[in-house]
Design a binder for this molecule. Structure first.
Ligand code: ATP
Length: 706
């Protein structure tokens, strides 16, 4: 814990209460008071003829602010689709139909079949699906009565018989009508149950895939947001369809084909044998076609993902596109992606055309053969005209069912392709998994240490950004990381927030590697302000309370005050003003995001300063907020600093060069040291800032003050 001789203390709520931060005046010596006052002479290379004097810091002594931080909202785990291992039956089907793992499967590194997973998806719906299958049996049985009845009717009328199937004709007709009614109702029930079950499966897939995506390391979503959206959208639809409507149609086809063939055998085994000769070639064609279609379907979905990604990226940068008159260029780029999708769809259409054309032809030729041979059997008296009619209709049913089976097969293959892409999201293990490690206690304090930290971005393995950082940051102190653009300041912050882990070395907190804590409990201690603060649709209150949903209005207001957000009280609806409807300046957005970081009651604040210049009023307001945080609260502040004014405010300056810490010390020491790298850097920074009126104004004001 921090010593009692400091001005402000972090205290925790009594057991059973929500943890609260309490900034209370205590002791006589504040950290700020211990710090040397910055002076103009300590600062600027005089050869530039510019002087900058950081205002002296006066610690506030009487403020007692209580802000309740809420319990961290637990991040729900991604529920497993089903605990059991896939049945070997499915695995064997998968191995047959899906010999080469798709990209998704391969990336998932499971080798587990998408077909098996598709079947697993249907399991929570087993009740609805079983009833639907029962109804399907009823409706299919009724349908299969039709050809037999027609044959018998023809024989009945041609023979001028007194009874029809042992019954008077009106009774038999009424019985048939009743059976058809039952069949119709059963069919309606089947369609309803299958569709609703399908929609529930789609909803479940989307929820789980999105949840799983949220649990990934940030780089994953950064790289492929558009593609992920396409997986959640189009692929989830295809997948849901393939396990319900498609499955239902497939089952119906199986039932119709088998009952049809049985009935045909019953009517005439000779004719039926003749018919069955044409089935195997069609089946082989179906398998070849199905495989080809699956490959195409995978490629089409990938292309659709690419297309969405292109559109999303450019729509997000609409201003840049407009400003650079790049509409034509972007239109062409999108057109080429659309063309890729179209070309694949054309291939699919060609394959379908050939397949359906040839199966249709084969079917009709078979029918002709059946009619000729059947006519011969009728003429010899082996079968009746009614039997031949029934047989012809049954063979039509069987033919229809076989082609239904091929679309079932191709639908399943499409589902497998889409499934691999969706399951990839579901199965992907984050490189920094949530919930793994020990819980970091909210009271534990200690220094942050970088021990020979080396780091390379996974997407840019050829460049080592950090080449052995050694650094210690004591609790409650403030550090400004300085260095040229690209020197790795922001990278250090992202490592601290565990968006990435070091490739070598370690970062410790109170002696423990931060990788040993669950990422959630570690991040709970951290408030982070990004270079480009993102505000979400919603009110100012919602934005400040983002990630701390139980924060009260008082908590939010206290955090806003601490972040120097007085302007909020002047907004038309104050904290209930909807962001987006109110034009906020860059500085105001930045301060709202500082308030968002503070309302979490962090013990570590990571602040990645915006590189863009703020107007002087905004810069002053942001600086004051940073000043207040550095001086009034027991928060370890680590700044990726770009502005002189904030560099000067930190207790310690760390200079990064060529991936290592080249110098560190107080601002005074470094700026006074002749020939220090820091002086050179600051000279360059000043030259840069000279062109920014805001900084000049600040510098001038400070000179006047001096
Ligand atoms: N997500 C990323 N993937 C790959 N390389 C990255 C990524 N982010 C940053 N880099 C690279 O890492 C290096 C260090 O970048 P970093 O943003 O940490 O520097 P910085 O000192 O904060 O720069 P600036 O002052 O411009 O913000 C740069 O070469 C940058 O291009």
């Amino acid at each position: 814990m921090w010593g009692s001789n400091v001005g402000l203390r972090l205290s925790l709520a009594p057991p059973g209460c929500r943890p609260a931060w309490r900034v209370a005046a205590s002791g006589t010596t504040s950290r700020a008071a211990l710090r040397p006052t910055l002076s103009a002479s300590s600062l600027i290379p005089t050869r530039l003829g510019l002087r900058f004097n950081s205002s002296s810091t006066t610690p506030s002594t009487s403020t007692t602010t209580t802000t309740s931080a809420s319990e961290p909202v637990p991040i729900p785990p991604v529920p497993k689709l089903k605990d059991e291992k896939p049945k070997s039956f499915f695995a064997s089907i998968a191995a047959r139909f899906n010999p080469s793992a798709s990209e998704g499967d391969a990336e998932a590194g499971k080798g587990e079949s998408s077909v098996a997973k598709l079947a697993e998806l249907a399991i929570p719906e087993k009740k609805a699906l079983s009833i639907a299958v029962g109804l399907l049996l009823v409706s299919s049985s009724v349908s299969m009565l039709v050809p037999l009845s027609i044959g018998k009717l023809i024989d009945f009328f041609s023979a001028n018989a007194a009874t029809f199937m042992g019954l008077s004709f009106p009774v038999a007709a009424a019985g048939l009508a009743a059976a058809f009614l039952v069949g119709g109702v059963a069919n309606a029930g089947r369609v309803y149950l299958m569709r609703t079950a399908g929609q529930r499966i789609i909803a479940r897939i989307r929820d789980q895939a999105y949840l799983s995506t949220l649990r990934q390391e940030p780089e994953f979503a950064d790289k492929s947001a558009g593609d992920i959206v396409s997986r959640l959208n189009a692929d989830a639809n295809i997948l849901g369809d393939s396990v319900t409507s498609n499955l239902s149609d497939g089952l119906r086809a199986v039932i119709s084909a088998s009952v049809g063939v049985a009935a045909m055998f019953w009517i005439s085994s000779q004719l039926t044998m003749f018919m069955l000769c044409v089935v195997p070639p069609i089946s082989i064609g179906a398998v070849v076609y199905g495989r080809y279609l699956r490959r195409l379907s995978n490629q089409t979905q990938e292309s659709l993902g690419e297309m969405s990604k292109t559109a999303e990226e450019k729509l997000n940068a609409f201003k840049t596109v407009t400003a650079y008159n790049a509409q034509g260029l972007e239109g062409k780029m999108f057109e080429s992606k659309v063309k890729d999708v179209y070309e694949l769809a054309k291939k699919e259409a060609r394959a379908s055309a050939i397949f359906f054309g040839s199966t249709g032809l084969t079917g009709n030729l078979a029918m002709l053969g059946l009619l000729s041979y059947g006519g011969h059997l009728v003429s010899t008296g082996a079968i009746t005209v009614g039997d031949l009619t029934s047989l012809l209709i049954y063979s039509g049913y069987v033919g229809g069912s076989v082609s239904g089976l091929t679309s079932f097969f191709s639908g399943i293959m499409k589902g497998v392709g889409a499934g691999a892409r969706v399951f990839y999201l579901l199965d992907r293990k984050s490189t920094i998994p949530l919930g793994v490690g020990k819980q970091l206690s909210s009271t534990r304090e200690g220094p942050i240490r970088f021990e020979n930290v080396r780091f390379t971005y996974p997407s840019r393995k050829e460049v080592e950004v950090l080449k052995g950082i050694d650094l210690e940051i004591k609790p409650g102190t403030s550090v400004a990381l300085v260095g040229t653009s690209g020197s790795g300041k922001s990278s250090i912050l992202t490592l601290l927030d565990r968006f990435y882990d070091p490739t070598h070395g370690k970062i410790t907190f109170d002696g423990s590697d931060i990788r040993s804590f669950t990422p959630e409990s570690w991040r709970d201690r951290i408030g982070v302000v990004f270079q480009d603060p993102i505000l979400f649709a919603g009110t100012v209150h919602d934005n400040i309370a983002y990630g701390t949903p139980n924060a009260t209005r008082a908590d939010v207001e206290n955090a806003a005050r601490a972040a120097n957000c007085e302007f909020i009280w002047d907004l038309p609806q104050g904290f209930d003003t909807v962001i987006g409807k109110s034009a906020l300046s860059g500085g105001q957005r930045q301060r709202i995001s500082i308030a968002r970081a503070l309302v979490r009651n962090p013990s570590i604040l990571l602040l990645d300063e915006a590189t863009s210049a703020l107007d002087s009023a905004s810069e002053n307001a942001v600086n004051k907020a940073i000043d207040d945080i550095i001086h009034q609260q027991h928060i370890t502040v680590i700044l990726a600093a770009h502005r002189l004014s904030s560099i000067a405010r930190a207790e310690r300056v760390v200079v990064l060069e060529n991936g290592v810490v080249s110098e560190q010390g107080t601002y005074d020491t470094l700026s006074k040291a002749e020939g220090s790298r820091f002086r050179t850097l600051m000279a360059a920074q000043l030259l840069l800032e000279q062109s920014s009126p805001s900084v000049t104004v600040v510098a001038e004001k400070k000179e006047q003050h001096e």
